[in-house]
Design a protein. Structure first.
Length: 202
């Protein structure tokens, strides 16, 4: 049986910035959010990954139901990453704003290189942890000379979510450092999340 939303569920879901349209028998997510879902799903293609991402953006998976979640995965497998479309959050095409490339963001010293791309630097995280929410992440980025729109909404959202949860995000060891120290005679282990010296050095 197709999912049918109650009036209460429709009212609740319509308030989400990630919902483009909601009717009793249909839910349409914004283009931008479908892209975010796909980018998270492709890292570890599974129902669990979709559910965890939906939950992190405030969705109740039991309210959405298995059919909608399964249809999201079916569409990803069939059509790949969503293309075109306009989103409710920004009111413009996701691709109308050209994002900074990773090398530019690393040169800004706000980001550092990691194995899976880039992460906010420890200096920026420390500053954000001390000043947010009195000073927005967007304002902090502008103080470093960066346009928040070109940094990317998902990166900003993830940092905000962790700060609002009372979690201080940890900077991962950069890919360059991992490459430099892996195999070093005094280093027992060096990965993106672990740096351990050999006992003889301690």
């Amino acid at each position: 049986m197709p999912k049918r939303f109650t009036n209460e569920e429709i009212e609740l879901l319509s308030k989400s910035p990630y919902v483009k349209d909601i009717k009793q028998d249909r839910l349409t997510l914004t283009h931008e959010f479908r892209c975010i879902l796909y980018d998270e799903w492709i890292k570890r293609p599974s129902t669990f990954q979709i559910r965890e991402t939906l939950k992190s953006f405030g969705f109740d998976c039991s309210m959405l139901g298995k059919i909608i979640i399964n249809n999201i995965i079916i569409n990803f497998k069939r059509y790949g990453r969503p293309t075109n479309g306009k989103n409710k959050v920004f009111g413009q095409s996701l691709y109308s704003v050209e994002l900074y490339d990773n090398s530019f963001l690393i040169d800004s010293r706000v980001f550092v290189k990691s194995r899976k791309g880039i992460n906010f630097s420890s200096d920026f995280i420390d500053k954000a942890f001390k000043e947010y929410p009195s000073v927005s992440i967007e304002s902090l980025l502008e103080s470093y000379g960066l346009d928040p729109n070109k940094v990317g909404y998902h990166r900003i959202y993830e940092l905000k979510r962790k700060l609002e949860d009372g979690e201080k995000p940890k900077e991962k060891i950069s890919a360059d450092a991992v490459e430099k120290y892996s195999g070093h005679p005094y280093i027992k282990r060096c990965t993106a999340t672990h740096f351990t010296l050999k006992k003889a050095v301690l």
